[in-house]
Design a protein around this ligand. Structure first.
Ligand SMILES: [Zn+2]
Length: 236
């Protein structure tokens, strides 16, 4: 089962059926909009409701390719019909931060040729890691400015699914240090004219939805490893 967020990252609520309950509080549904902690993006939180009774979702994770919801209380049973809703403020901030990670990675790669070795999105701050020996950290502010420029250009963010062999022919995709997942079909996320990546996360539809980003700090994590922290701005 794949999550409903794959095709619609803006889906906030859904109806589903409980397929499996383990350890009282771990629930697998026949479908879900809850994003499981993976690929540098944290899990969603929210609620499952059965007959007016609320079961808070405190964690969602991927186990054996299934999305497991950890609930704050027991009581749900196999076969129950539930209405699910995700904590939208939390998720939307992750969508903005995640999309901004793509932009910053693309700018760093374009400007320095550095391989992007990782990223982690957080509720407050997010980070991008890249590999580069010679690095002029004074230029980071300039890269952040470039990201804010791309945000203002309000570029479209499109997702598509390609067979693996076709996806691997895309040069930009294999230049990234991050491994392309070993699946028959690869989900491609494209920021028009800026970036193309294999990614299973949730993103905004247009870069203009992000209010902007500010740099928090940069760190050297060894001879080649560089890390830059940023946060997305809130409000109008
Ligand atoms: Zn992504």
């Amino acid at each position: 089962m794949s999550g409903l967020y794959i095709n619609d990252s803006y889906l906030k609520s859904f109806e589903a059926r409980v397929e499996e309950v383990t350890g009282d509080k771990f629930v697998i549904l026949d479908k879900t909009a809850f994003y499981p902690n993976s690929g540098g993006q944290p899990h969603d939180t929210g609620l499952l409701v059965r007959d007016g009774e609320e079961y808070p979702v405190v964690y969602a994770g991927l186990f054996d390719s299934k999305i497991s919801h950890e609930l704050g209380r027991s009581g749900l049973e196999t076969g129950d019909n539930v209405a699910g809703s995700i904590d939208w403020d939390r998720r939307y901030r992750f969508m903005c931060s995640h999309t901004a990670c793509h932009l910053l990675s693309a700018v760093i790669f374009r400007e320095t040729g550095a391989m992007i070795t990782g990223n982690q999105i957080g509720e407050e701050k997010s980070r991008v890691d890249f590999s580069l020996e010679e690095f002029d950290r004074s230029r980071l502010a300039e890269y952040i400015d470039q990201v804010n420029g791309i945000i203002k250009e309000d570029r479209t963010v499109k997702t598509s699914v390609l067979p693996r062999d076709e996806a691997m022919k895309i040069p930009d995709l294999v230049r990234l240090a991050k491994e392309v997942p070993d699946r028959e079909e690869i989900r491609i996320v494209e920021v028009e004219g800026i970036d193309l990546q294999a990614c299973g996360g949730t993103h905004v539809k247009r870069t203009g939805e992000i209010k902007g980003i500010i740099m928090l700090k940069a760190e050297n994590k060894g001879k080649f490893n560089r890390r830059v922290y940023f946060e997305v701005l809130e409000g109008d």
